[in-house]
Design a protein around this ligand. Structure first.
Ligand code: GTB
Length: 214
C-alpha cells in the first residue's frame, strides 16, 4: 500500500528542506518505499478534516490504509519497523537506536526550536537581546554533549539508523552558526545529507517550493 504524507502547500522556507516532512520523506527514501504527498494550506491545517489526522493542526501526517499517524518520531519509527535498513536486527542495538530517536526529538530539538523562535519570531521583542545568549547557551551545551558522544565516529551507534536520521534532521535546523563550532557535528550532518536517500527527499520537496510559494 502506498502511504500518503502531508506537507505545506506553501512552505515558509521556500524548499530549503527545513519543514518536518523532509525527515519522513528521507525515511521513506531510505527504505525504498514510494509515497504520495497531499499539500495542505495553513487554513486547512486548522480545519476538522486535518485535525482528525493531526490533533495539533500541523504537518506532516502519514496515512497508510486505516492507519493514521502524526509526530515525525512515531512516523519514522513506524517506517523503520516495517522495513529493513533503518533499525538494527539485534534487540539491544534496536533499543539504542530508538533511544537516539527520542534524544533527537526530546533532548536536542527543543532548545534548537527555542533558538529558532527567538531568531525568527521574537527578534523585535524588547527582551530578546537579553534572552538570545541564554537560549544559545542551552543549544551549545547540548551540542557539546552530543559532540563528545560522537567523537570521530561516523554515526551515533556504529551503522546508520533511524536515530541518525532523526538527529541529523534536528541538527540541520541550525544550518550554520553554532553548529560550525562543532566540526564533528557539522561533518555528521553533511554525511547524512550526502546520502542518496536524503538527496532524493530534499529534491522532491524542493521541486514543490523553489522560487515560489513563500
Ligand atoms: N512534533 C511535531 C512533529 O515532529 O511531527 C511537530 C510538527 C510541526 O512542527 N509541524 C510544523 C507545522 O505544521 C511544520 S515543520 N507548523 C504549522 C503550525 O503549527 O501551525 C516546522 C517548520 C516550519 C517551517 C520551517 N521553516 O520555514 O524554516 C521550519 C520548520
Amino acid at each position: 500500500m502506498i502511504p500518503t504524507i502531508t506537507a505545506f502547500e506553501r512552505s515558509p522556507d521556500g524548499g530549503k528542506g527545513l519543514a518536518r516532512d523532509t525527515r519522513v520523506r528521507w525515511a521513506l527514501e531510505e527504505v525504498g518505499q514510494p509515497y504520495e504527498v497531499r499539500l495542505v494550506s495553513f487554513a486547512a491545517m486548522k480545519q476538522p478534516a486535518h485535525l482528525a489526522l493531526q490533533p495539533f493542526g500541523q504537518i506532516p501526517t502519514y496515512e497508510e490504509g486505516d492507519l493514521v499517524l502524526f509526530e515525525t518520531g512515531a512516523i519514522v519509527f513506524h517506517i523503520a519497523e516495517r522495513h529493513t535498513g533503518l533499525l538494527p536486527g539485534d534487540a539491544d542495538a534496536r533499543a539504542r537506536a530508538l533511544a537516539w530517536m527520542f534524544a533527537a526529538v526530546n533532548t536536542v530539538e527543543p532548545p534548537i526550536l527555542e533558538l529558532s523562535i527567538a531568531h525568527v519570531l521574537e527578534h523585535d521583542k524588547p527582551w530578546n537581546q537579553e534572552r538570545l545568549p541564554l537560549v544559545g547557551e542551552r543549544v551549545r551545551n547540548r551540542l557539546e554533549q552530543l559532540s563528545a558522544h560522537l567523537g570521530d565516529g561516523e554515526w551515533l551507534e556504529g551503522a546508520f539508523s533511524a536515530g541518525d536520521l532523526m538527529m541529523v534532521s534536528v541538527l540541520d535546523r541550525l544550518r550554520s552558526g553554532i553548529l560550525d563550532e562543532f566540526p564533528n557535528l557539522s561533518a555528521y550532518v553533511a554525511r547524512g545529507k550526502a546520502r542518496p536517500a536524503y538527496k532524493r527527499a530534499f529534491a522532491a520537496q524542493h521541486a514543490l517550493y523553489a522560487g515560489k510559494n513563500r
